[in-house]
Design a protein around this ligand. Structure first.
Ligand code: SF4
Ligand code: SF4
Length: 187
């Protein structure tokens, strides 16, 4: 008997169809980059100490410069030193990830990077998506680093519709991230 593919919101179907969501990582992978504003919002909402959900990743000066060079929304992030704040991992997933349910944080408390994903602003100022499109679910599963919303979409308009957002809303989030990144860098 053929197994029926799951239906429902794309982020609920993603782990079933691709094997993992973007909130789950392999051993050498890292999750979203956090600004101090993200950490403060999450700590205020969860009443958790930052050390319970934040990990500091030390980079070389070159790695930090390369990171900012490829991601204009993070320009100025490493002004005070090449240390990246990211989400802690527990059992192969973000500490806030709830198996089968997704993110345990309310949408407006999630790190801005998580709210933006999979949209990305590139060094030339254009917007598109962070991940490539395999065009084939089996290849996407084998290749990893894929997003089901992107795999199923035919165009940028489709990706925006899949995630229930608009270009304007994505750009507004981008402005918020760039602003909070500058504040982060100033310390
Ligand atoms: S904070 Fe939420 S959306 Fe972001 S990686 Fe963790 S579980 Fe996923
Ligand atoms: S944003 Fe993309 S990769 Fe993340 S859970 Fe949703 S469909 Fe999967």
């Amino acid at each position: 008997m053929r197994v029926k593919p799951p239906t429902g919101p794309v982020c609920a179907r993603c782990p079933v169809m691709l094997g993992a969501s973007c909130c789950e990582v392999k051993e050498d992978e890292r999750l979203a980059t956090l600004t101090r504003a993200d950490v403060e919002r999450i700590a205020a909402h969860t009443r958790m100490a930052a050390r319970r959900f934040v990990v500091e990743e030390g980079l070389t000066e070159e790695e930090a410069a390369d990171y900012e060079g490829r991601r204009p929304l993070y320009r100025g992030y490493f002004r005070r030193g090449p240390v990246r704040l990211t989400l802690a991992v527990r059992a192969g997933a973000c500490v806030f990830h709830e198996k089968g349910r997704g993110c345990g944080l309310p949408a407006d408390v999630r790190p801005v990077a998580c709210r933006l994903y999979p949209f990305e602003r590139w060094p030339d100022g254009s917007w598109s998506v962070q991940v490539g499109r395999y065009g084939d679910l089996a290849e996407a599963r084998a290749g990893g680093d894929a997003c089901l919303g992107v795999e199923e979409a035919e165009s940028m308009e489709d990706v925006l519709a899949t995630f229930g957002t608009t270009r304007e809303a994505v750009e507004e989030l981008g402005e918020q991230l760039a602003r909070e990144t500058r504040e982060h860098g100033r310390g």
